[in-house]
Design a protein around this ligand. Structure first.
Ligand code: HEC
Length: 127
């Protein structure tokens, strides 16, 4: 038992939690995702050409279903395609998707992610 060390650990954890919350709030203030604009962007970028009607009916099995996916996951996936081979640790190496995302800004990707999350889809979560 080492009480002072435990107390320090608790303080450290609390500090981390506050920092995380502040970071989250700052990110939201910087750009509140706009699903309406995301829908427009998904249309102009022809995402449905591969991911299908409502981004829920992929035209081929190797194209994933997107509708209803969590927006934070989608945003990160799009960022990973943008990083591509340039970042071997974090990037996603897929030539097709890399080509789709090059012209998107971070706020475009947040808007698209919010739009995708807002869609009803066939993805299910099993527990
Ligand atoms: C030419 C076909 C094509 C088009 C157009 C296309 N995609 Fe994709 N998309 C793919 C393929 C293929 C994959 C799987 C890539 C892989 O294996 O990493 C994919 C994967 C994804 C993923 C990752 C899904 C997951 O579960 O990890 C997201 C998110 C995504 N696409 C979003 C989009 C968005 C948004 C657009 C429009 C801006 C778009 N795609 C346009 C073919 C396409």
């Amino acid at each position: 038992m080492n009480k002072p060390q435990q107390a320090l650990h608790t303080v450290f954890k609390a500090a981390c939690a506050s920092a995380a919350v502040i970071g989250l709030v700052a990110a939201n203030v910087a750009h509140a995702a706009d699903a309406g604009n995301g829908k427009v962007l998904a249309g102009t970028h022809n995402c449905a050409a591969c991911h299908g009607v409502n981004l829920n009916n992929p035209v081929s099995p190797e194209y994933p279903k997107l509708a209803g996916q969590h927006s934070d996951y989608v945003f990160w996936a799009l960022r990973q395609y943008q990083m591509g081979n340039g970042n071997p640790h974090l990037g996603r190496n897929n030539a097709i998707m890399q080509a789709q995302v090059q012209s998107l800004s971070p706020s475009d990707m947040k808007d698209i992610a919010a739009y995708i999350e807002s869609l009803d889809g066939g993805l299910v979560q099993k527990k």
